[in-house]
Structures are given as structure tokens and as C-alpha cells.
Design a protein around this ligand. Structure first.
Ligand code: DHB
Length: 511
């Protein structure tokens, strides 16, 4: 049996490498071939720009539908303009290189005079068909070969960064001021671009792809609700949500799994040795209070800007400033008191019941029940579901599968329950896909500036996941602007005025 597994694995990795004839292309950029376009912004203003499209960023192209990027240069741009790299990866799926969107950060960046780069990337669902029989590789003509399983998406994005730097002289924009942006799995990609700069663990694979032989670190990373730390996200999820009514009243087998995962989180948290901005070591004893303080900070910012924060979801209020000043500038490097929910007048002015100005406390059990009432909890495990308590594979199980289209367990916990084995390839890929492994490793060139947002009612991953990322970066001396954005579900590219104020501030702080 063991021998058979070894053989199957050998074939599987062989398929990924050889069965598809790679197209050989040169890395090229010709500044003369751009096309003129314009984009009408939500406020009616028009941004004129030149686009350069279908620029392949590797010489050995495995999947020509995805492995290229598009560049958009506003007419005001110069060689010194920042470069805004927006990835549209979602759900760990393949993402085609598109154009700038007026309603999201790509259009806004263009309007701000930044050069916008949109790379395509292979993903867990990208497929090419074998063009001929290849007995040696065990592949038949017409067979589907999955081109984008982990870590291919981040390899593609790193190759795109290298392409930009390789052509820095010919291209408008400054490759030393690349700002990455993405949401969810794209937020994970943005955090990986920010955390893994120049790390040698990616080098051989990038060389094999024919990526440009230059650096791939970036200046800043914008990460909306990053779905990261997949090897620990299941424990964090159950540690936070195990006590909610929906988990307690749900499927009994799932609850047993939840109890076990919950018990594993404290040791992981303590292994991270994270400190809050005021120097307190985080342990499972004080962590819930820290999350609470971050939620209160978020709600207070929104309240100061006129949002109505109901007491029915767990908040307590006071009129007395002696309860402490509103923690607008406390907590983790807070923004300047601007709420994402603009436009609402204070409750008093609307004539409704008026809570005190100062949020003094939050009943966490009540709040967590509220969060999962807005969107049902994921099952347990939240990510590595395959075969656990009779459950089907998740997108993440596919992400860590191979070129045959397999899906696999990727955590020791799930593998132990299902009797599967974590291969060295899977372990390596899980490690390469986790930005937490690179921050402070002494080898990676980690971006200096980070803007991290996770919605205060986003349950796609649990609050500890983005909080741990932000604190690990901050503990490593990075400039981090973090917020559990008030009343936001799983979403991204919101509060663009605030985002671009931050971007302009970090750009000027270093020049
Ligand atoms: C995304 C959302 C998820 O809940 C998840 O597990 C993975 C990816 C996404 O929106 O990209």
C-alpha cells in the first residue's frame, strides 16, 4: 500500500511539471503599443489612461489564460508614481487580468495618479488539457491538468512583481513603491506579497517558471479580510465561536470536533508570543478582552461619526467621560476617528433613544451571537472539512490538492481524524501559503507599511486570524493600520477615502 501511495504521488507531481508543453515567451514591454481609454468615476469625473495588456510575466507559460498582467497608466503619471497592484483572486480560484473598476480601489488609484497593475493568476480551478499522450507522465491526450494549486497563485503574483521591477526603467511608475491590494483569498495573496519578499524558498520555482531574476519585495500591502493561517484558522474559529448558540445547538458530531479544535488554540496563541501595543503578552486568558477592546474601539469610531450603535447587540454606554475617553486613538494604531459609515446623524438628532457618548463595555457572548445571526457560522472545521464528521471538501481542500484535481486534508487535526497522511509536498505548500511564517524570519524582506481590515461582523474567518497578523507585524516593527471595520461583513475595498488618505500619508512619510 505504501509503495502505491508513493508511486501515485510521484506521478502527480510529474504531471504538474511535464505533461503540458510550456509556451516559451520572452519578457517584453513596449511603451509604444499602449491604447488610450477613459474611465468615468462614480462622481462623474473622467480619468484618461493608457493601457498595456496581455503582458506575460514568465517565459515558461503553463496557462496562457492567466499568466499575464495588464498595466494602466493615467495621463498624470510619471516614473515616480506609486504602483497599485490589485489582485482579484477570490475563493483561491483563478483570476483573469481585467481592467480598472470605477467603483473599487483600482479605479480610485488611477484617479489618484497611480499606475495600476492587474495580474491574472492561476488558481485551484484553472485547467489546461494535455495536447498529447505522455505515457511517462501517465497523461492521456485531452486529460485535464490543474495548473493552479498551491502555491501557484502566489508564485504568479511574485512573478508579476518581478516583471514590474525588471522593466522599471521603461515602465511609468516606481517599482520601489508598489502597493498591493486584495480581498479575502485576495487579501491573503496581498499579505503574502507583503510578507514573503525575496524569500529563497520560492526561488527555484520562480526560476523554473521563467520569472525575471530581480527582487520581489513591495512597499506596502492592503489586506481586506485576509483568509490566512489556514493551518490554525480552524482552531481559532472554534475557540471564538464554540460557545455561540448556533454551534451549541447544531450537529452533535460537528460540536465534538469544535470542542477539540477549541482546546488546541491556546497553545498555538501562546507559541506566537504576541504583545499588544502597550506591551501586554497575549494569552488565551486575556485575548477575548483584547478582541473586545478592538470591537469597542471600532464601534466608538463609528459612533463618533454618527452611526447608531444599538445596545441590543451587547454594548453598554455612559454619558460620563470619567469612564475613559472614547478609545479613538487607543488600541492598535487606529485611524483618525473616521467611520466607514458616514452620513448618519447622531441618534439624539433623529429623536430616537439616545445611548451615552462613551461605549464602556461589550458583552462578548451577546455580540458573537449577533455576528452569527447576520450570517450562519461555517461548519467545524471551518476550512479543513474533507472527510471530517462526514463532510465534503472545502475550497481550501482543493487548493492543497495537486495537478490531478485532487483535494486533500492539510491540517494534522483533520488528517488524524480521516486517517490520511500529510505529504511533505502538502506540508511545504501550507507553509509557503502562510504569511505568518515569514514575518520576522530574518530572511524575507517584509513590506514596511500595512493596512489591514476585517469586518466587525465578518465570520468567514475568526477575529484572531487578522488580529494575529497585525500584531505579529507590529511586534516586528512594521507600520500597521488595523481595524475591525464597524458593521462590515466579509467584503473589501470599502472606505476608499480613508484608505487613500493612509496610502498618501505612508508615501509621504518616507519621501
Ligand atoms: C474566500 C472566502 C472564504 O470563506 C474562504 O474560506 C476562502 C476564500 C473568499 O471570499 O475569497
Amino acid at each position: 500500500m505504501k509503495q502505491i501511495i508513493v508511486m501515485v504521488l510521484a506521478v502527480a507531481s510529474f504531471i504538474g511539471t511535464w505533461a503540458v508543453p510550456k509556451e516559451n515567451r520572452q519578457l517584453k514591454f513596449d511603451p509604444k503599443v499602449g491604447e488610450y481609454h477613459s474611465l468615468t468615476m462614480p462622481d462623474g469625473s473622467i480619468v484618461n489612461y493608457t493601457s498595456y495588456e496581455r503582458l506575460y510575466y514568465v517565459t515558461n507559460v503553463e496557462d496562457s489564460a492567466y499568466q499575464y498582467l495588464n498595466i494602466f497608466v493615467p495621463e498624470t503619471a510619471s516614473s515616480k508614481s506609486p504602483i497599485f497592484l490589485r489582485t482579484y483572486v477570490g475563493g483561491y480560484m483563478a483570476s483573469r487580468a481585467g481592467g480598472p473598476q470605477a467603483g473599487d480601489a483600482s479605479g480610485r488609484a488611477l484617479k489618484e495618479g497611480m499606475v495600476v497593475v492587474i495580474p491574472g493568476t492561476r488558481g485551484r480551478n484553472s485547467i489546461v488539457k494535455a495536447t498529447k499522450n505522455d505515457k511517462k507522465a501517465g497523461v492521456k491526450k485531452g486529460q485535464e491538468i490543474y495548473t493552479g494549486r498551491a502555491p501557484k497563485a502566489i508564485l504568479d503574483l511574485k512573478a508579476a512583481i518581478r516583471y514590474i521591477r525588471y522593466f522599471d526603467d521603461a515602465l511609468p511608475g516606481d517599482a520601489e513603491r508598489i502597493i498591493t491590494d486584495g480581498t479575502s483569498a485576495g487579501g491573503a495573496m496581498s499579505s503574502l506579497m507583503g510578507a514573503t519578499g525575496n524569500n529563497p524558498a520560492f526561488e527555484a520555482m520562480l526560476n523554473e517558471m521563467g520569472a525575471a531574476p530581480v527582487r520581489d519585495d513591495v512597499f506596502a500591502s492592503v489586506c481586506y479580510c485576509p483568509i490566512i493561517d489556514l493551518d490554525h484558522a480552524d482552531m481559532a474559529y472554534e475557540w471564538l465561536y464554540n460557545g455561540t448558540e448556533s454551534r451549541q445547538q447544531g450537529n452533535v458530531d460537528v460540536l465534538v470536533v469544535s470542542d477539540k479544535l477549541k482546546a488546541m488554540f491556546p497553545a498555538y496563541l501562546e507559541s506566537l508570543n504576541l504583545h499588544t501595543p502597550n506591551g501586554t503578552l497575549l494569552t488565551s486568558n486575556n485575548y477575548l478582552d483584547y478582541i473586545k477592546s478592538e470591537l469597542i474601539r471600532s464601534a466608538q469610531i463609528a459612533k463618533n461619526a454618527g452611526a447608531d450603535i444599538p445596545d441590543s447587540i451587547g454594548f453598554s454606554f455612559s454619558e460620563e467621560a470619567s469612564f475613559g475617553a472614547p478609545p479613538v486613538n487607543g488600541g492598535m494604531n487606529s485611524p483618525a476617528g473616521k467611520a466607514p459609515l458616514g452620513g448618519q446623524r447622531p441618534a439624539m438628532m433623529r429623536g430616537g433613544k439616545r445611548n451615552g457618548d462613551y461605549i464602556t463595555d461589550l458583552d462578548m457572548a451577546k455580540y458573537l451571537n449577533y455576528v452569527v445571526s447576520t450570517q450562519p457560522l461555517k461548519t467545524a472545521p471551518a476550512f479543513d472539512t474533507q472527510g471530517v464528521a462526514g463532510q465534503r471538501a472545502s475550497g481550501e481542500n482543493e487548493e492543497f490538492g495537486d495537478a490531478t484535481g485532487s483535494s486533500v486534508n492539510f491540517t494534522e487535526f483533520a488528517a488524524n481524524l480521516t486517517g490520511s497522511v500529510l505529504t511533505d509536498d502538502v506540508k511545504r505548500n501550507v507553509a509557503l501559503m502562510n504569511p505568518m511564517n515569514f514575518i520576522g524570519d530574518g530572511v524575507s524582506t517584509v513590506a514596511k507599511h500595512w493596512y489591514i481590515r476585517h469586518g466587525a461582523r465578518d465570520r468567514d474567518t475568526s477575529f484572531p486570524v487578522p488580529i494575529n497578523l497585525a500584531l505579529k507585524l507590529q511586534n516586528a516593527g512594521k507600520d500597521v493600520n488595523f481595524l475591525l471595520a464597524w458593521n462590515r461583513p466579509h467584503s473589501g475595498d470599502y472606505a476608499l477615502d480613508e484608505l487613500f488618505e493612509w496610502i498618501n500619508q505612508v508615501l509621504h512619510s518616507t519621501r
